[in-house]
Design a binder for this molecule. Structure first.
Ligand code: PEP
Ligand code: MN
Length: 356
């Protein structure tokens, strides 16, 4: 896929491009006051949710069409561009009717191919930048599928928003970043702009700055950050919104490291990494050879492949060892599980062959 720039006239092609505004449009005053303050802080693209996807019915589900009129007003009075979330054919029609400059697709919608296709079909022949949030579940292919649906409908100005992924695990995040997923997306589509949404990743004000800096250090193109004239009173996502002035501070404190000046030191380190990766693979290959020998031994002696007691012991022991070696026990367990899965597969394979 060959993407076109999502930049609108007058917006500088300079990292980070900033999109900010409240989670939801609540009242005309809230929108106008927040927008003016953001504009004073240098923000050029204003976001606001007009239709809000809520987990349960009965909560605040957005103002709908009257809020689109407020966004038009923002455009007129501040000169900012405006962007809102669309999830259905009707949302797209209304947003285009009220001259939204950009659209975004929410995380719950990206996870639903029917909804994405409906949006794509409605956008056929329209030239508008669309930002696609990652699906709520950590499924890169589903994210790429949504990008393809829009691209195939003729939308070429596409960007993605990384807003983290849901999890049942207890973490400090509202949605865990799983940075490797957007990094892999970028590897596959180097000219696809990635925008980070630290508000929905962190879920709380105190995390916005750190996550924004991490995104910049990973070379992200932009940030979408929720801001509200009075965050404590926000009708949705109150804990994660910041004031326009705090946003200004966060942006001023960001350190943007453009291209490394001297790549020499780095290439030394990269060589070390290549060598170490090679050694790891050699070791794994040896490890699998031993596993196969064990498989044959078990076959000869009529023993089961999996001996749970021993595996439990190995897991505990290796996790503890890893912690002592400046790695997380979790990380060690993940690797061990992958090795164990492959090891069991190889044992089965060698046993099948031996039986023939
Ligand atoms: C939002 O941006 O306010 C929103 C609903 O986000 P997400 O789709 O990432 O949950
Ligand atoms: Mn929100």
């Amino acid at each position: 896929m060959e993407f076109k720039s999502i930049l609108l006239p007058g917006i500088e092609d300079k990292r980070p491009i900033i999109i900010s505004g409240p989670c939801s449009a609540e009242t005309e005053e809230q929108i106008m006051e927040t927008a003016k303050k953001l504009s004073e802080n240098g923000v050029k693209i204003f976001r606001a949710g007009v239709w809000k996807p809520r987990t349960k019915p009965g909560g605040f589900e957005g103002i709908g069409i009257p809020a689109l009129k407020w966004l038009q007003q923002v455009r007129k009075e501040t000169g900012m561009y405006v962007i809102t979330e669309v999830a259905t054919e009707k949302h797209v029609y209304e947003s285009l009717k009220y001259n939204m400059d950009m659209l975004w697709i929410g995380a719950r919608t990206t996870a639903n191919p029917f909804a994405v296709q409906e949006i794509a079909d409605t956008l056929k022949g329209v030239d508008i930048p669309v930002l696609i949030k990652n699906p709520v579940n950590p499924d890169l292919e589903l994210w790429i599928g949504a990008i393809e649906r829009l691209y195939n409908a003729g939308i070429k100005k596409i960007g993605v928003i990384h807003r983290g992924f849901s999890t049942n695990d207890k973490t400090v995040y509202r949605n865990i970043p799983q940075w490797h997923i957007p990094i892999e997306l970028k590897r596959r589509y180097p000219n696809l702009p990635i925008i980070c949404d630290p508000s929905h990743i962190g879920g709380k004000r105190s995390m916005i700055k750190t996550i924004s800096q991490q995104a910049m250090d990973l070379n992200y193109y932009g940030l979408i950050i929720e801001s509200h004239r009075n965050p404590d009173d926000a009708w949705s996502d109150s804990a994660q919104q910041i004031t326009p002035d705090t946003l200004g501070e966060v942006l001023r404190e960001l350190v943007i490291r453009e291209k490394v000046q001297s790549t020499e030191d780095l290439s030394d380190l990269r060589e070390q990494i290549d060598e170490l990766d090679n050694e790891i693979l050699q070791l794994l290959s040896k490890r699998m050879r031993v596993s196969r020998e064990i498989g044959l031994y078990k076959l000869e002696h009529d023993m089961p492949v999996l001996q749970t007691g021993r595996y439990d012991h190995i897991r505990k022991d290796r996790a503890e060892q890893a912690e002592k070696m400046e790695m997380s026990g979790d990380f060690a367990l993940k690797i061990l599980e992958a090795i164990h899965t492959e090891s069991v597969r190889q044992q089965f394979e060698v046993m099948e062959k031996a039986k023939k």
